[in-house]
Design a protein around this ligand. Structure first.
Ligand SMILES: [Zn+2]
Length: 355
């Protein structure tokens, strides 16, 4: 199997980074689809319009409200085709960025992602997630290439509520351990290749940065004023974590996000919070003797991440729910990236130890 590493063409981060949007957009054409939800459009729409107009780029807003279903994607793609756009600018949380990827894939054009929260590592990746009308995950789809430009304005990210930032910490903390399991057990990354050493080293750096600066960064979340620790942790959560999972590969912690939502009360917990608990289950199954579980549990405490299913909102959980969650998890492709083949009973028992 060949080793493959992928990434966005350019990543730009800092307070005021949004001000460079018009200049970058002008590199790709004169007419952009602006994929955005109602709330973010209300807050940032006029500023984005002005920034782009200054560089003679006009915008056709495509509104994303509700889950990203195949019907919504078909509608957005039809609007983009009718407008005759040259590029896509996606602004917002994971859902708007994913919608932007779906539109850019169909239009086969450049994509600029502008995350407004750091709750997950969607901004740098080529994959996007589809749901059915009942909020069940349908499929993970992929653009041919990563976004051309990822524009991370930390002054905007710092205004988002701390709750989202905390979920971003949860989504990022797992990457070192998932890449390790994938790399060591012959797993494939998101490019359907074997991971290069570079991806593991980036995921290792992500973990180190989060452990060192996560709590300080969280203290600045919601303040509107990014600090140096906040800048470092945003880079870890968006860039390092994104490269870490996409080129390094995933394992049990993310496979569990296929099963955990079937436990009553958990489905509405943010993705990153589910991953945080999933990582503890993965480390339990790894039977690590290196003290890492204790280090992480202490850090979870510091930053307020959940350590149990009940802290995620589980009302039971019942044995039947744990068995179903284990079964669905083991059907996920990433579950095979592990030291040994797990059976439903073993995984359900590990979940029970974290109930
Ligand atoms: Zn994730």
């Amino acid at each position: 199997m060949l080793k493959i590493f992928g990434a966005p063409s350019r990543y730009i981060q800092g307070a005021g980074a949004l001000d460079t949007l018009g200049g970058y957009a002008a590199l790709f054409g004169r007419h952009a689809a602006l994929v955005i939800d109602r709330y973010v459009h209300g807050v940032l729409g006029p500023r984005i319009e002005t920034l782009c107009a200054a560089h003679h780029v006009r915008l056709t807003p495509l509104r994303v409200d509700g889950d990203l279903t195949p019907d919504l994607i078909a509608a957005l793609r039809a609007q983009a085709a009718a407008a005759g756009i040259d590029m896509v600018i996606a602004v917002g949380g994971g859902k708007s960025l994913d919608a932007g990827k779906a539109v850019a894939k169909a239009a086969h054009c450049h994509l600029v992602t502008v995350p407004t929260v750091a709750s997950n590592d969607a901004p740098t990746s080529k994959n996007y997630v589809l749901y059915d009308a009942h909020h069940n995950l349908l499929a993970v789809e992929h653009m041919l290439f990563n976004p051309t430009i990822v524009l991370v304005d930390t002054a905007i990210i710092a205004t988002a509520p701390a709750h989202f930032f905390r979920a971003g910490l949860g989504d990022a903390i797992s990457k070192k351990f998932e890449a390790e399991q994938c790399g060591r057990n012959g797993g494939r990354n998101m490019y359907d290749g074997a991971p290069l050493l570079s991806a593991q080293l980036i995921a290792d750096g992500c973990l180190r940065t989060l452990l060192a600066d996560g709590a300080d960064a969280l203290a600045a979340a919601g303040s509107g004023s990014p600090t140096p620790a906040f800048e470092r942790v945003v880079e870890a959560m968006i860039l390092m974590s994104g490269l870490g999972f996409e080129s390094g590969g995933l394992s049990i912690a993310h496979a569990l996000t296929r099963g955990l939502p079937k436990i009553a009360g958990v489905a509405t917990a943010l993705h990153g919070l589910q991953v945080a608990v999933g990582l503890l289950v993965q480390l339990d199954l790894e039977e690590r003797q290196d003290g890492m579980l204790a280090t992480l549990t202490q850090w979870y405490d510091q930053v307020g991440l959940p350590t149990t299913l009940r802290a995620l909102g589980a009302t039971g959980p019942t044995d039947a729910e744990l068995t179903l969650a284990a079964d669905l998890t083991l059907n996920a492709r990433h579950a095979a990236n592990f030291d040994r083949t797990l059976d439903i009973g073993t995984l359900a028992d590990a979940l029970r130890r974290h109930a």
